[in-house]
Design a protein around this ligand. Sequence first.
Ligand SMILES: *[C@@H]1O[C@H](CO)[C@@H](O)[C@H](O)[C@H]1NC(C)=O
Ligand SMILES: *[C@@H]1O[C@H](CO)[C@@H](O)[C@H](O)[C@H]1NC(C)=O
Ligand SMILES: *[C@@H]1O[C@H](CO)[C@@H](O)[C@H](O)[C@H]1NC(C)=O
Ligand SMILES: *[C@@H]1O[C@H](CO)[C@@H](O)[C@H](O)[C@H]1NC(C)=O
Length: 511
Amino acid sequence: MEFAAKPTSVRGLIARLLLFGVFILLFRFVYVVTLRGGSCASGDFCFFPSPSSEGVPGGMSAGSVVSPEVSRLWRSSKWRQAVEFYSAVFQDLVVEGFLSPAAKSLCLDTHAGHEVFALKEIGIADVIGISKKNSSPLVIAGDLLHLPFGNSTVDFIFADGSLDRTATPAELAGEIARVLKPEGFLVILTASAGDLYSLYSLEVLFACCKKVRSREIDGPDSLMSLREIVFQKIQFIEVLLHKGEVPEDLHPAIGGESVYSKCSIPEHKLRLLSSAEPLIEEEPQKPWITLKKNIKNIKYLPSLVDISFKRRYFYIDVGARSYGSSIGSWFKKQYPKQNRTFHTFAIEADQAFHAEYATKKGITLLPLAAWIRNESIPFEVNHDPEQNSEEHGHGMGRIKSLGASMNSSSLGNLHKVQGFDFAEWLKSIVSEKDFVVMKMDVEGTEFDLIPRLFETGAICLIDELFLECHYNRWQRCCPGKRSPKYQNTYGQCIHLFSSLRENGILVHQWW
Ligand SMILES: *[C@@H]1O[C@H](CO)[C@@H](O)[C@H](O)[C@H]1NC(C)=O
Ligand SMILES: *[C@@H]1O[C@H](CO)[C@@H](O)[C@H](O)[C@H]1NC(C)=O
Ligand SMILES: *[C@@H]1O[C@H](CO)[C@@H](O)[C@H](O)[C@H]1NC(C)=O
Ligand SMILES: *[C@@H]1O[C@H](CO)[C@@H](O)[C@H](O)[C@H]1NC(C)=O
């Protein structure tokens, strides 16, 4: 008996399942056709409650009292227009399965609540907007960086322009990640992220999540296109595996041949490099003219891409010398900053320059020598007239290579200074979420520091690099004579620059 009964019940179950499946399909079809066929307000096939004669969307009326003023606003054609735009966006998201009627939903930084209205209208009942200003009954007042919701409590978050408007996108991203449920969806609309670089910066801010879709859509007025990005929060274990604290960029490539090939090369960086000014491949006869002139050709990164989706902004001046030599005269005045506030690190071992930094705001002085290890090293204070001392304001310090023979004449200028592991320091200070501009003028030590930056992966943290490469250049004073100060050749410098560019680093020949 038992055996006979079983097939029947299984068959019954299958039949019921099939019927259920058909019903679901039918339901979905009607749902989609209805929603995509136009607004419920005018449709004949409306499945969900349409706005009542008061203009109140379906799920809205229960419990909330709408003033005549608000209800008049909701019936205006301007309101209707804005709502239509969002309706179209949400209907697509429903069709794709990113948004379900039961989703506990949140719209961030919405002005009047058009998004909330549109969501209610398509049948998402549990939705609220949050903004600086309360706009009852759709939007509550609140602080975006301290959302009044518990951890992992929201299924769907919609952020139209909020990441563009905030001054602290990384913090907002953190707060979104906190309240979103695992497997919940976040949908961002942004007018930025038009270039790959910016899009990548944005993605890096959402380590919580994986990107499931990114596309361009027409904005509300069709004149401007927007980017729509859909993220899904991943489970904790996946977070650890895929998006830990160490950015993917920093995982060294496997089987690299030289130290110069340790950095993986993201496409957004390569794209950018094709717009960079070309390197001067041939050694200039008059470097003090050619290389100096080249500064005018430099394509600054913030003039090529949008840098707004970064957590913090840093200028790191390695071999800073006096404040006026580059921070004050060049970085403050000429480097395009897209209205962002940069914090500066001045790294300078020569004590002669230290005092003036004490009074400068927004600058941290590291009175040390950038080096490849923590150790005390001989440091030569150089007052070579060939080095345009008067122009740079002062002479320059130079790390004397440890193996170099030192005789009595050179020892007179040698001090011991504390060197530090620059690459490790950089990794401890900044992450891929930050924007890092670096100038390096370290009197030949670049041939030690750059390979070390590659070796440690720290190189990938640098967004833009202004590098003065020191070689045995032709001297201005004495035609036909090369500078005896440096052993490296121009060819070695070009190799250094090319290696950097090949690895996706926007490096410029600095003078
Ligand atoms: C909520 O998440 C934040 C950060 O994600 C964490 O610091 C905090 O302890 C969590 N709160 C609770 C109650 O779990
Ligand atoms: C730059 O930022 C300041 C304040 O941070 C703001 O008042 C100003 O409008 C901004 N300018 C531009 C062009 O964005
Ligand atoms: C170098 O010194 C810093 C600061 O004292 C320390 O944090 C770091 O671990 C040291 N690094 C090495 C490689 O010893
Ligand atoms: C000392 O070194 C300098 C350059 O480093 C060199 O010109 C000079 O001849 C050397 N003097 C002696 C005595 O070796």
